[in-house]
Design a protein around this ligand. Structure first.
Ligand SMILES: *Cc1c(COP(=O)(O)O)cnc(C)c1O
Length: 365
């Protein structure tokens, strides 16, 4: 039971309709739902449960997140892939015990896998660095790594994967990375592959290459937010998280009065100000500028003054019927999280994953 009304509503029907949208767009491929960072802040258990019938597997960042997934969703029957792979023998043993699959992205991880003795076969995703230079073995090392993996009798299926550095825009590197990956596919024709994230699905440079052997690793699109700078399909998606907080004070300020810390907003005329119970300790970014949109009583209302730890202030002069206790939407159904992100000089991924533990997640059907 929470007394404070501040909450993140998680729309399960939206999750399912975004999943169906993804299905239509990946063609014959398989869908790996990326649920790292507590399902991008939406709550891993409820999210996995809502979409399980529509996806082919789940991906988390690291082993502890795979354990958390199983704890909050014990009936999970799908593959759970650990994107950063294992850093210790204990984790490899856990993968076998829990049926997790793991990424091998470095020679060190390969050596660790070779050295361990496992009682069951472990499926691995071999990550190749096709040009992002963050994780992955160099393309020249693939032949040697594949040989060594195949000669480990505790290694099961091997999927080849890589990650794109510029999937959301038209960059020359996309062509380089795609070509590198297509070469691998030709060299190892009887494997599964995975290159595409959400934005790659919407990038004309990366379209028309998915086959029945490809896995699409989709995060942001699943949560109903358009990831691309090139194509905007926002109208075909439904935002899953709607962040709401109540009005806890209404004040009339006079022309020339300032509002909030640092007095960085000064009323240009008499103004009605609503104080709303959400702040940067809830994950609403302190960087949000004056004018960041919020939504109350069916209308947009601009943020004014600095974001405090527990509160923000909003100009509601033009919305005469606002009363104490009214819900104000910070992002979601009516306020595009991408727009809030722009006002805070950041990206949607950051805002969703930054919604803090102080905010209860409430699943709505
Ligand atoms: C987080 C992540 C994804 C999902 O990215 P979106 O842009 O949210 O679709 C895909 N692949 C890897 C390796 C990731 O780390």
């Amino acid at each position: 039971m929470n007394y404070r009304k501040t909450r993140a509503e998680i729309n399960a029907a939206a999750l399912r309709s975004n999943t169906r949208w993804l299905r239509r767009h990946i063609g014959p491929g398989s869908l790996l739902a990326v649920v790292k960072a507590d399902a991008y802040g939406h709550g891993v258990g409820p999210v996995c449960r809502a979409i399980a019938d529509g996806v082919d597997g789940f991906a988390v960042g690291f082993t502890d997140e795979a354990v958390a997934l199983k704890e909050s969703y014990p009936e999970c029957r799908h593959q759970v892939l650990i994107l950063e792979g294992c850093q210790s023998e204990a984790e490899l043993q856990l993968c076998v015990a829990q049926n997790f699959t793991t990424v091998v992205h470095s020679m060190a991880q390969l050596e660790q896998l070779e050295a361990v003795s496992l009682t069951k076969a472990l499926d691995v995703w071999l990550k190749v660095d096709s040009g992002m230079h963050r994780l992955g073995i160099p393309p020249e090392a693939v032949e040697q790594c594949m040989k060594r993996l195949k000669s480990c009798n505790h290694v099961g299926q091997i999927t080849l994967m890589s990650h794109l550095a510029n999937a959301d825009n038209l960059a020359a590197l996309n062509q380089v990375q795609l070509q590198q990956f297509q070469t691998l596919k030709n060299q190892y024709p009887n494997h599964s592959y995975s290159l595409h994230n959400s934005a790659a699905l919407l990038n004309p440079q990366l379209q028309g290459v998915l086959t029945a052997s490809d896995w699409v690793r989709a995060g942001l699109l699943l949560y109903g937010v358009n990831p691309s700078e090139i194509e905007d399909v926002q109208h075909e998606l439904t935002p899953v998280m709607t962040l709401k907080a109540p009005v806890i004070a209404i004040n009339e300020v006079k022309k020339g009065d300032s509002v909030g810390y640092g007095s960085n907003w000064v009323a240009p005329s008499d103004t009605r100000v609503a104080t709303v119970a959400i702040g940067y300790a809830d994950g609403y970014p302190r960087q949000c500028k004056n004018g960041t949109p919020t939504f109350v009583r069916g209308q947009l209302a601009p943020l004014i003054g600095r974001v405090s730890m527990d509160m923000v202030t909003v100009d509601v002069s033009h919305i005469s019927n606002v009363v104490l206790g009214d819900d104000v939407e910070l992002w979601g159904e009516n306020v595009d999280v991408r727009c809030v992100a722009r006002h805070a000089d950041t990206i949607s991924w950051h805002l969703l994953t930054g919604t803090s533990v102080r905010v209860p997640r409430v699943v709505v059907e």
